[in-house]
Each structure stands twice: as C-alpha cells, then as structure tokens.
Design a protein around this ligand. Structure first.
Ligand code: 13P
Length: 283
C-alpha cells in the first residue's frame, strides 16, 4: 500500500538518517528501485516530474502502475508516490486526485506572498485527502526536464514564514545544490540549513542530490536534511551500462534486453545511496 511521506520523514528526522527520493522515468525504473529498496528494507519516495509523468501517459497511468507494482512485487517497505516540482495548484490537485500520496508545490519563482498563497491552497486540498506537501523556498537552479534555472539561496526568514503560514510537511530550501551535473564544487550553506531546521522544526529536503560528495551529504543530514532527491546519477549509471552493452552487442534488438542491461548498474547506485543515507533496515 502506498503511504504519504509524513511518518517516514518524521522517523528519519528522529533517527538522524534520510529517506531516498529517486525519480522514475518508466515502469522498469520503478521496478528496479522498488526491488532494491525492498531488498534493503529501506522506505522510499518515488519522485515523478511533470515531464516524466507526461512521458509515461499522465498521473493516472503512473499511479496505477506504481500501485500495481507495489502489490505484484509484494513490496512491504513504505512507498510514497510524490509529484516532484508541481508547477501550479491545479497540477498538484490533479496528481492528488489521481492517487499520488505526496506532492511538491514549487512556487519558488513567485514572490513570497504568492508562494505562501499557492502553497497554502495545495496544503488545504492535500491534507483534507491525507496527502503530504513539500514546498520550495529560494530557488534551486540547474537543469531538470530540459529547463535551465539560476540558483537563488533561500533566506531563513522567508523559510520560517512559508512554514508558519502554510502548514507544509517538509521544506526544500535552496542552499547551494542544483539539478543535473555540477559545474565545480557545490557550495552548500550548512549554517543556514541548521538554522532553518531549528526554527521550522520541519524535515528538510535536499534537491540536486547527484554529484554531491558523500561527506557533504552526511553533513547535510546532520544539519536537518531528511530527504535526498536523486535523478541525474541514476540516469547516468543506467545510460553508461546500456551504452556499453549496445556497443558490445550490435545485433541485439529486443528492447527488454536493452533496458535490462542497465539494471545491475542502476541497482548498485541505488544501493550505495541507501547505505549513504543510512535508510537500510528502517522499514
Ligand atoms: P539531480 O537530478 O541533480 O539528482 O536532482 C534531482 C532532484 O532534485 C529532483 O527534484
């Protein structure tokens, strides 16, 4: 059964570990992630961007697919189906109505007042239906779904205001991480991270989790990060393995063999993240 993110994030915060959020792109990715998390007994959040959802046929398809996989694979660990970077209140409501158990409303490009207004509207709708809500403050830069954005660090006061006025369940403050590959070293603001954790008492989310070294991720967890979002790294690992397979097997044409060629490498990357976040055996 799918669950919202409330309990798993609160337990992670209390236990000083973090929950992995892996973005999914198709059925096989969802299956690889679920199987590896089940093997390691790690709770997991499956993140779905609007672009990935459209690619798979829409929220209803994604929701039905994840629910069926959860059942058919006999998954026992808590699985949360989460809309990543919902760009409007109506998109968030559509995901909720389609069976998503958690949504992110990303109104970070608007003024603080507008961000609060949009986020509050989603919180009211979501909470009435048992769905959890993540919001963003500051602006996480980099490239996602083919869109390039500039990074803007979050202000502590804005983070506190957004948390207080909306009743969100988790908060993604932009503190130096970006989506996609990093150009140079990520400069995470751990001081602000710890301050936002202290003052909001919310589970914090680190987006752009690919390409940040392990020590920084551990430090981020110590400063309040309880959910780490990973997309690019899994894409790269899967593609690398598939590319090698295709070069070495020029006559293969069965798509099942092609997609499967990335399974082992992708599961290895998932496993490494579960160990890094210490979410193993927490289910
Ligand atoms: P990466 O693609 O950098 O791993 O970021 C993923 C993410 O933050 C999804 O919201």
């Amino acid at each position: 059964m799918l669950v919202n993110s409330k309990k798993m994030l609160e337990e992670a915060r209390e236990g000083h570990y973090a929950i992995p959020h892996f973005n999914i792109n198709n059925l096989e990715w969802a299956r690889f992630i679920l199987e590896e998390c089940e093997k390691e007994k790690s709770p997991v959040i499956l993140g779905v961007s609007e672009g990935a959802s459209q690619y798979m046929g829409g929220f209803k398809v994604v929701s039905a697919m994840v629910k069926a996989l959860d059942e058919s694979l006999f998954i026992t660990v808590p699985v949360c189906l989460h809309l990543d970077h919902g760009s409007s209140t109506s998109i968030c409501k559509e995901a909720i109505d389609s069976g998503f158990t958690s949504v992110m409303i990303d109104a970070s490009k608007y003024s603080l007042e507008e961000n609060i207004k949009m986020t509050k509207e989603v919180v009211d709708y979501a909470h009435a239906r048992g769905v959890t809500v993540e919001a963003e403050i500051g602006h996480i830069g980099g490239e996602e779904d083919g869109i390039m954005d500039e990074l803007a660090y979050a202000k502590v006061e804005d983070a506190c205001m957004l948390a207080k006025e909306t009743g969100i369940d988790s908060l993604a403050p932009a503190l130096g991480s970006v989506h996609g590959p990093y150009k140079g070293e990520p400069k995470l603001d751990f001081v602000k991270m710890a301050e936002i954790k202290e003052r909001t008492h919310l589970p914090l989310v680190l987006h752009g989790g690919s390409g940040i070294d392990d020590e920084k991720i551990k430090k981020a967890i110590a400063c309040g990060i309880t959910k780490l979002n990973i997309n690019t790294e899994l894409q790269m690992e899967w593609t690398k393995a598939v590319r090698t397979f295709l070069e070495e097997n020029q006559t293969v044409y069965d798509p099942r063999k092609v997609i499967k060629a990335g399974e082992e490498q992708m599961k290895k990357a998932i496993n490494a993240k579960i160990h890094l976040l210490a979410s193993k055996q927490r289910a």
